[in-house]
Design a protein around this ligand. Structure first.
Ligand code: X2X
Length: 336
């Protein structure tokens, strides 16, 4: 065969392969979504819903595969944001707590007793503060699309009822590996121990720690009562919103129409999950009480004692979060 025709043939094969590649990418795309909790929990269901809506609306072109239990970061949930930023993970439905070591603004939600109720959460996420936080995430190469909700976090322990800061004296409490939590529980006189959720359940089982804090949905589904956590304090000391987000490079590789599909689906899945999480709170609490867990609610004075004991955490963290952001959040909460 003549050299030129061989070359032409080779070029044609290459061009064919490129075309095939291009049409394949237009037809089929698979993206990973990381979550910490599986679809036994509202959090994992939020990610599944997102995937389902994207699959449906892209007519099967875009498959989003959910990888629960922080498995894409070997269980190390506070590395999820970095992994998504670097492109190891395409997308995530993640907790503000777990991402706060890399995005200091997200510590806003962990400021103890800042958010008194659901309306306050909505006022913050839906207003100027929420926009500032989304901009902070975007400046770190991750595109935030929508809010979800892990929920108000309540305190449990195996030792006794907790209704005032003194009751926490010396209790070993498992907290997420985010520095603000160390400060909050130290301010309360407890002995906080940072560990991942994967390690928390064995630590509760063996009694290596006395207590933990998580939303009712997590306490209920993970059957935290079965690992000796007989005392639960409803103190709503913080709310942990979830954020649906995508790695910037992945986002830029999508055309306008597909970006819209991902964004709209995230917004719909987020709204759906927030409503479900809130609706289920009452029945979850009833189920937990039926299992014999001793549930304490705080009087106004008791609540105030916790607020005062943790005031120093606000003083220390407001500058790190950004004074203007904290102020915008406070104003939104007041005006709710
Ligand atoms: O680790 C936790 O406590 C959990 C599951 O709630 C989060 O990932 C923030």
């Amino acid at each position: 065969m003549h050299a030129t025709s061989r070359l032409t043939k080779f070029a044609a094969v290459l061009a064919g392969a490129a075309l095939l590649g291009a049409s394949l990418s237009a037809q089929a795309r698979e993206l990973s979504i990381s979550t910490v909790l599986s679809d036994a929990f509202p959090w994992g269901q939020a990610a599944e819903k997102w995937a389902e809506l994207v699959e449906e609306r892209s007519e099967g072109r875009i498959t989003m595969r959910v990888y629960p239990n922080a498995q894409l970061v070997a269980g190390d949930q506070t590395r999820e944001f970095s992994a998504m930023r670097s492109g190891l993970i395409d997308a995530a439905v993640g907790s503000t707590i777990n991402w706060s070591p890399q995005v200091p603004e997200l510590n806003l939600f962990s400021l103890p007793f800042l958010l008194p109720d659901e309306a306050a959460v909505d006022a913050v996420t839906g207003g100027e503060a929420g926009e500032t936080i989304f901009a902070a995430i975007e400046s770190r190469d991750v595109i935030p699309l929508a809010w979800g909700e892990n929920g108000f976090r309540q305190l449990s322990n195996s030792r006794g009822p907790v209704t005032e800061p003194g009751d926490l004296e010396g209790l070993k409490i498992r907290v997420v590996g985010s520095p603000l939590f160390q400060d909050t529980f130290t301010a309360l006189g407890a002995d906080p121990t940072q560990m991942s959720w994967t390690d928390a359940q064995p630590a509760l089982t063996t009694g290596a720690v006395d207590g933990q804090e998580n939303p009712l949905s997590v306490f209920d589904v993970a059957r935290i009562d079965q690992v000796g956590q007989e005392h639960l304090t409803l103190w709503n000391y913080m709310n942990d919103p979830l954020i649906f987000a995508v790695n910037r490079q992945v986002w830029l590789s999508l055309d306008e129409a597909d970006r819209e599909i991902l964004r709209e689906a995230a917004l719909d899945a987020g709204q759906w999950e927030i409503a479900m999480t809130r609706e289920q709170e009452t029945e979850r609490l009833a189920a937990i009480q039926e299992r014999g867990v001793n549930v304490a609610e705080l009087s106004d004075d008791q609540y105030q004692a916790f607020v005062e004991a943790t005031a120093e955490v606000h003083d220390k963290w407001a500058p790190r979060i950004g004074e203007a952001l904290v102020e915008a959040a406070r104003e939104a909460i007041e005006a709710r």
